[in-house]
Ligand binder design. Structure first.
Ligand code: SAM
Ligand code: DTB
Ligand code: SF4
Length: 321
């Protein structure tokens, strides 16, 4: 398929469609590209928690704010293997490890490479999110067998500096370029409900879909307002606006996995079903995300069964690297 260059007015046209027409178009695109009874499951693990030097105003792990997160040093390899084994046993096909770093420290990076090799040995897809990377680090991750690198644009370039001041949008784009050049899949999305306007949401999706190669995996996070962070009191996004964002993402990036990511804990079953109808085909399973709460696995499985859906098997995923 030839890659489309999206203009802002084209994205606005989608967003402005009557809700049911938008959902219809998104579901049509979803069915043309995926089996709409399948849900891909990933599990997250925070391998290094808290005291991050960045000031991302949504994040419980930033060292700039006083939150309930307790800092932890880098986990040891055995604990990571135990968690990944457990995740595999409960049906997750991808294991995603996150570290609260601006960029990976020299002394810890080789340990992360060992963790990736161990996850691959278990027969799972591996994803990490470690902050900014240089070319060499990206290459080393690829050589360790990493399938996906997660690095989100988070919001529009215009709103970005309202949310984060310690790094720039261009820093994010540079890391994504290093990941692509190393031949890895990109996992790149954003957060909805940080007080941004609809135009910011349009622009975020436009930026994602217009990247030199469309991210294979697109996490759409719904802000979890964390006490102690500057966004703690942010008004919750209207649920229909959130579903619209998923639907437009599905239409603009028809072959990507759209992950309904953070912020599911207080979503109703009906809202989950609308997000799946809009084309979300991946979720994080397990009681915790990195530090925040996620619905219990049994709750997710009960809903999938009610909806006639099932976890996607690894052989049906199309990892290309
Ligand atoms: N430090 C790395 C980085 O920022 O690239 C990786 C970890 S960071 C926690 C991964 C992503 O989690 C962020 O880019 C953001 O999209 C999401 N996130 C963090 N806190 C969140 C919150 N309170 N609500 C929703 N999403 C959140
Ligand atoms: C992503 O976009 N969302 C996940 C994953 N990538 C690493 C992380 C969500 C974090 C939510 C807040 C927390 O658990 O600390
Ligand atoms: Fe650090 Fe990532 Fe949290 Fe930002 S989002 S404060 S970089 S852990």
């Amino acid at each position: 398929m030839t890659k489309k260059n999206w203009e802002l007015n084209q994205v606005a046209e989608l967003f402005n469609l009557p809700f049911l027409e938008l959902l219809y178009q998104a579901q049509k695109s979803h069915r043309e590209n995926f089996d709409n009874t399948q849900m891909q499951l990933s599990t997250l693990l925070s391998i290094k928690t808290g005291t991050c030097p960045e000031d991302c105003s949504y994040c419980p792990q930033s060292g700039h704010y006083k939150t309930e997160v307790e800092k932890e040093k880098l986990l040891d390899l055995e604990s990571v293997i135990a968690k990944a084994t457990q995740a595999k046993a409960t049906g997750a096909t991808r294991f995603c490890m996150g570290a609260a770093w601006r960029n990976p420290p020299k002394k810890d990076f080789p340990k992360v490479l060992e963790m990736i090799k161990a996850v691959k040995k278990l027969g799972m897809e591996a994803c990490v999110t470690l902050g900014m990377l240089d070319e060499e680090q990206a290459q080393a991750l690829k050589e360790a067998g990493l399938d996906y690198y997660n690095h989100n644009l988070d919001t529009s370039p215009e709103y970005y500096s309202e949310v984060i001041t310690t790094r720039t949008y261009d820093d994010r784009l540079d890391t994504l370029e290093h990941v692509r050049n190393a031949g890895m899949n990109t996992c790149c999305g954003g957060i909805i409900g940080m007080g941004e306007t609809r135009d910011d949401r349009l622009e975020l999706l436009r930026q994602l879909a217009n990247l030199p190669s469309v991210p294979e995996s697109v996490p759409i996070n719904r802000l979890i307002p964390i006490p102690g962070t500057p966004l703690a009191e942010t008004q919750r996004i209207d649920p229909f606006e959130f579903v619209r964002t998923i639907a437009v993402a599905r239409i603009m990036m028809p072959q990507s996995m759209i992950r309904l990511s953070a912020g599911r804990e207080d979503m109703t079953e009906e809202m989950h079903a609308l997000c799946y109808m809009a084309g979300a085909n991946s979720i994080f399973v397990g009681d915790t995300l990195l530090t925040a709460k996620n619905p219990a696995k049994t709750q997710d499985m009960t809903l999938l069964t009610k909806l006639g859906m099932a976890p996607q098997a690894l052989e049906n995923s199309d990892v290309t690297c």
